[in-house]
Design a protein around this ligand. Structure first.
Ligand SMILES: [Zn+2]
Length: 59
């Protein structure tokens, strides 16, 4: 499931398969579909993900 997350007041969407964050829910959904089907990340999708160093530290 794509997970809606509030990040410092900004709504972002997380692909729970690979853990990447996106500002666009549609892209997050695409990523998730890809991850489910291929069990790996589509670099074309993952390269538009949000780089969240802070969140990665928390994780
Ligand atoms: Zn993914």
């Amino acid at each position: 499931m794509v997970k809606k997350t509030n990040l410092e007041g900004e709504i972002v969407f997380k692909c729970e398969r690979c853990g990447l964050f996106y500002r666009n829910k549609g892209v997050a959904k695409k990523c998730e579909n890809w991850c489910n089907k291929n069990n790996s990340c589509n670099y074309l999708i993952s390269k538009v993900c949000i780089k969240l160093n802070k969140l990665q530290e928390v994780k």
